[in-house]
Design a protein around this ligand. Sequence first.
Ligand SMILES: Nc1nc2c(c(=O)[nH]1)N[C@H]1C(S)=C(S)[C@@H](COP(=O)(O)OP(=O)(O)OC[C@H]3O[C@@H](n4cnc5c(N)ncnc54)[C@H](O)[C@@H]3O)O[C@H]1N2
Ligand code: MOO
Length: 412
Amino acid sequence: MRSICTYDEALDIAIHLAAPRRIIERNVWTKAPSTATLADDVRAAIDLPPFARAMMDGFAVHRSDIAGTQPLQVVADIHAGEQPKTPVSPGTAVQIRTGAPVPENTAAVVRKEWTEWIDAHTIRLLRPISAGESIQPRGQDTAQGAVLLSRGAQIDGQTIAVLRAAGVTSIPIYAPVRVGIVSTGSELVTDPTKPLCAAQVYAASDAFLQSTLEALGAQVVDISYVDDHPERIEQRAARFIADGVDYVLLTGGASVGDTDYATSVIRRLCGTEQLPIERVWMRPGSPFLAGRAGRTTVFGLSGNPAACFVQFHVLVLPAIRRSLGIDAAMFAQEAVLTQSIRLKPIKHVRFYRATAGVDGVQVRVEPQVGQSSGLVTGLACVNAIIRLDEQVYEAGDIVPIQLTRTTTGRLF
Ligand SMILES: Nc1nc2c(c(=O)[nH]1)N[C@H]1C(S)=C(S)[C@@H](COP(=O)(O)OP(=O)(O)OC[C@H]3O[C@@H](n4cnc5c(N)ncnc54)[C@H](O)[C@@H]3O)O[C@H]1N2
Ligand code: MOO
């Protein structure tokens, strides 16, 4: 007998089965991760900016000269990267470039457009300026020791720029999970130069898993293609487990046909008569399996690309996100439904593939016309999954959605 559970029960179990988080150090100067989650607070190593600097090309002037139009003798010239040697004093100015440290006693930097040369060594201000004008004080952005980024922050191009500017070298991140994919099906073709023979299809679901996982910062060790043969499927999955991967994702053969071997194979790998999840009251994607083989979490997904897509987002990704240090509630966003929906009275939760977008101040979500799990091409424009627990929905109703094309699955 197969154990069967509700989607919410399955979600809890899947998260519970998540491979444990590991923390590693990464040098943001040599091997900055393109995406990761910070495992601890990180503090600024320096004051930023590290010195008071000019924000405009122009002249550094003394407090006694900011209001006047009297001639000022230009006594020095500083470029970015140079340390000023001559302080400003009443009646003098120092020519300065954007980014250069301001000389001692500078009250303001007057941009060059607001000055004129009287002769080769003397300028005049064309208008009075305020104290502090065009000077960025030392430490205005952050002070040494201040928390720059908190635990849980996403590492990406923006945060790497922050870390580098503030002189941080090494950061603690949650280690990328390592995943092995076993794609099963005697009908699958992986060489696009070969025309399909009768009864064959091109393998696609495994590529969806690989690309999506890599975009999340996971490492896909390999995709192993194998025909519908129980020993060979088990052997391939066992190889990944022996290699110590965090997750094995097995696609295809998850259902109840006599050549669907995923259930028996995963039961054997996990050393159990019954897996914590063997079927879920959800559509698409009811044939879904989950277990733990040693330190590896094993998920069995449908081979159908659309069912595999939904299962991945609603059950696999929450577990993988947990391992990657991303704590994000599922279906926490809401959107306005653009069309009415009528569903059959069955106990399955329905997950509709959809396109969400911001329309004025509202997030609106449009379900795809075809929801059969045999349809693949619609995935090109799907960016959300709608959770449907009722039978009847009207256009304008508010429905829970899960975004599928952001790292965290959240809008903001
Ligand atoms: N008697 C029953 N039959 C089925 C049931 C059921 O409850 N009772 N469940 C149906 C549901 S729901 C689904 S979903 C599928 C699940 O199928 P499997 O997980 O066993 O997957 P396969 O049979 O291997 O493949 C399904 C479909 O997808 C194609 N496929 C497989 N792998 C790939 C791939 N990597 N890329 C692209 N396409 C792939 C495969 O050729 C099949 O057409 O079972 C129903 N049956
Ligand atoms: O998961 Mo199946 O695709 O519900 O039809």
